[in-house]
Design a protein around this ligand. Sequence first.
Ligand code: SF4
Length: 80
Amino acid sequence: MRIEFDRDVCIGMFQCVAEWEGGFERDSNAGKAVLVDSEEVEEGVFSRDVPEDAELDAKFAARSCPVDAIRVYEDGEQVV
Ligand code: SF4
């Protein structure tokens, strides 16, 4: 499973941080979330693999985002 985070879309509500502790962190200065251990795959878009034991949390984080800044992919197909 892979997760993708669009930093430009993020409005810093930090629900994702509450849902997936360790996956997302707050950047309170910027008012944006940070996807921990991710790489920037295109400008402003960050991606990383999701460890098996964090898959539920990652999905909840994606669902909780009010502006759909987080997407989750399984085998290349978007699931959230
Ligand atoms: S829930 Fe969405 S808008 Fe809020 S900090 Fe996370 S990515 Fe940004």
